[in-house]
Design a protein around this ligand. Structure first.
Ligand SMILES: Cc1ncc(COP(=O)(O)O)c(C=O)c1O
Length: 459
């Protein structure tokens, strides 16, 4: 480990299995310790709906506003320190401001002399080759500026290939904030019982609902029969191969889905925007040994900068070859050098001997620790996770799909999340926990102590 890394990780190597004596002193409550965030939120609401630029960043009564970050830690406007388990909703797998990534960004800006050229450049092809070598050596790729853009264009190009309008997506799966991906992405219980497409946002046109087939995750017989029944209309099937990145697929489920979509030549799209480099180095397709026709990437591949990509079968991607003038894909910012440099540095670092395996071991160890506290506290809850992402659900019922998650007690989860926030553990309420390679011994110890204090009060 170089001097830079030592300074960055700072407080000793990551470790698991650490338990500390309890410190029973009750911390100041949420509103008392976050007065500046409250004042900020009141100001920001004057200019932005809810005081935020993305709905996902909002929570009641007001979100905490941050001003500084380093490694696995965040500091808010009131100066409170947090161990960060949100990591900007996943991308920052090396933590905040990793020296290698920051250096790559600086070097790229200095050597290019600009933030972008608006022309092809060498780093773009280098990163294209790098990602294809991991995901599809004989395939092709196009970069985008976000995960949403990647899924939008993957679906568009599948439609261009099959010349059909209808898409199949899974209940509870999220592929970005656009009408057709919001269909049934979080339907309430009364509407989730059957698979009727449910609008996820007002303003969704009727034709979107008519052209969306909603499928249940991990239920192969239903999925097979639905795909068979709509085989003449479907342009593609898109899913998160690990649902919301913490509900694992049955191996047979992904294999069966691959077989039925191959049988009818319906492009299968894995949205690995979240699962990419979280389940293993590569994506869920490596972990579960199933190759889709198209893959969408985002989050981690930008090394903390906006970046996405869709890649896959050459015969499908080549529809976008401008000389043939068939499928139109464009974007002013896609493939800008700084994101390519930051992404390459991130993946190179993750690929270093032992880095990924240590992250996965730390994540597994953390899930076991919390499970143990849940058990010792006699709380009706479970930890569900995959790779370096997990969630805590307040139910003991088996969870295999979105519909099953609806049996979990949301109020208890919110109670846990606010108690964690009060103890300097940052999780976006009701969202999963993401780990980084720099969640160190002290951070984990602090987190376990918080769980040790909170869970016994929730039995
Ligand atoms: C699985 C999945 N797909 C797509 C997206 C959209 O990515 P972005 O927010 O970068 O547009 C997300 C975002 O959370 C996601 O989790």
């Amino acid at each position: 480990m170089g001097e830079l890394d030592k300074e960055y990780i700072g407080r000793g190597p990551m470790a698991t299995g650490i338990r500390m004596a309890k410190t029973p002193a009750k911390p100041p409550d949420f509103r008392t310790r976050t007065r500046e965030s409250k004042a900020y939120s009141a100001r920001a609401r004057r200019w932005m709906p809810g005081g935020v630029t993305a709905n996902v960043k909002y929570f009641d009564p007001y979100p905490i506003a941050m001003k500084r970050a380093k490694g696995c830690r965040l500091w808010d406007l009131d100066g409170n320190e947090y161990v960060d388990y949100c990591l900007s909703f996943g991308p920052l797998i090396l933590g905040h401001g990793h020296p290698r990534v920051m250096k790559a960004i600086r070097d790229s800006l200095l050597s290019a002399g600009t933030t972008m050229f608006g022309t092809p450049h060498e780093l773009e092809a280098a990163y294209a080759e790098y990602l294809l070598e991991i995901f599809r050596p004989n395939g092709k790729i196009r970069f985008t500026v976000s995960g949403t853009e990647a899924t939008i264009h993957a679906v568009r190009i599948a439609r261009a290939y099959r010349k059909r309008a209808m898409i199949a997506k899974f209940q509870g799966h999220y592929h970005g904030g656009v009408d057709e991906f919001l269909v049934s992405h979080a339907p309430p219980e009364r509407e989730a019982k059957d698979l009727v497409p449910v609008s996820g946002s007002t303003g969704t046109p009727e034709h979107v609902l008519k052209n969306t087939l909603v499928l249940p995750f991990n239920d192969l017989p239903t999925v097979e029969s639905q795909i068979r029944g709509h085989a003449e209309r479907l342009s593609c099937v898109i899913l998160e191969p690990v649902e919301r990145s913490f509900i694992e697929p049955d191996r047979e489920f992904l294999k069966g889905l691959r077989e039925i979509t191959t049988k009818y030549d319906i492009p299968l799209i894995f949205d690995e925007v979240m699962s990419g480099f979280r389940t293993s180095f590569g994506g869920a397709q490596h972990t579960y040994g199933v190759t889709p026709d198209l893959t969408c990437l985002g989050k981690i591949i930008g090394g903390g900068l906006p970046c996405g990509a869709f890649l896959g079968r050459e015969d499908i991607l080549d529809l976008a070859d401008p000389s043939a003038d068939r499928f139109f894909h464009s974007s002013t910012f896609a493939g800008y050098p700084t994101a390519m440099a930051a992404g390459l540095a991130t993946l190179d670092e993750l690929r270093r001997d032992g880095v990924m395996s240590k992250l996965l071991a730390t994540s597994g160890g953390m899930m076991s620790e919390i499970e143990e506290t849940i058990h010792d506290s006699h709380v009706s809850a479970q930890v569900l996770g995959c790779g370096s992402v997990f969630s805590v659900l307040f139910t003991e019922a088996p969870i295999r799909s979105y519909r099953d998650t609806l049996s979990a007690n949301q109020e208890s989860r919110r109670k846990l999340d606010f108690a964690l926030l009060e103890r300097g553990v940052f999780v976006k309420p009701e969202k999963p926990f993401y780990l980084s390679t720099v969640h160190d011994r002290e951070a984990l110890t602090h987190t376990f102590r918080a769980f040790d204090e909170i869970l016994p009060t929730m039995a």
